[in-house]
Design a binder for this molecule. Sequence first.
Ligand code: ASP
Length: 329
Amino acid sequence: MPSTRRQFLTSSLIMGTSIQSVRAKAAPGEPLIVSTWPFGKAGNDKALDTLKNKGSLLDAVEQGIRVVESDEKNRSVGITGLPNAAGVVQQDACIMNGSDHNAGSVAAIEGILHPITAARRVMENTPHVMLVGDGAREFAIREGLESIKVDSQKLHKEWHQKQIQLIPNKRPKDNHDTVALLVLDRKGHIAGGCSTSGWGGKLPGRVGDSPIIGSGLYVDNEVGAAGATGLGENVMRYCASFMVVDYMRQGLHPEEACVRTIQRIAAIDPKSAADLHLNFVALDKKGRFGAAGSGSGFQYSVTTPNFSKVFEGSALSKKDIGPEGGNTK
Ligand code: ASP
């Protein structure tokens, strides 16, 4: 590796507050839960409790994400999330299990209170991986999942009026977030999931990265797991969570794998770094964890039996991910 490149990687990992996460790790044999944003912390705590109470790894992922989906104050996850341009909340979610490499997802699902549970049922009770739209909703209702009438979702009238002006060619502002939650259990098995209402004001039927295996989430039981939050269109064109895991497979620390993924995308993509809106969280089988964002301010939550706290992800400056800094070749 050329020395300038090595220097850049070193500095990107040591300049930010992310140094905490580069040094910290779960104690050997201890569970580790990592999720996007500070709102993921309540989900992490629930996931840890679930494991303590002899729940399975998948129970921990599902129960953790359900807590975030249930938070009525959350405007980007769950039924109180951001409506699309028609004023309807369409949600995306997925779940993936490392030990058997099984996965399930739902996309553009309407009126279902816990899309993560619907995704798990797709994985466990059907021969499929993904159900979308009305088919996903009908399946969830047949499975007995809690639902509401779609019309009653048009709660956010004011929001809707504002958002309807937003069309996908315009730069989205802070009108989207996702909970991606990754769990490493005591046996060293890994699973993860994510859930979101996606991009506020999106066109009806738009599906983001979150329910796409390899894009919004990827789990490899031999290596680790990664999840994404940010502008889905820029994640799904690169199978970016798969890319993060692949960098960990090559031996990179989870934080460095997130950094390297953003650099690589920024080096290829014609969009400016400021317009990419990419954020990743990752953990590996050794109990290490990390995160990075293409801009500043990406925070993520980490929980072990010894601590539960919010960290800052590595923030890559414009300079870092410009055409030269971002060139990973
Ligand atoms: N990735 C999500 C989407 O594009 C939104 C987010 O995480 O900010 O639907």
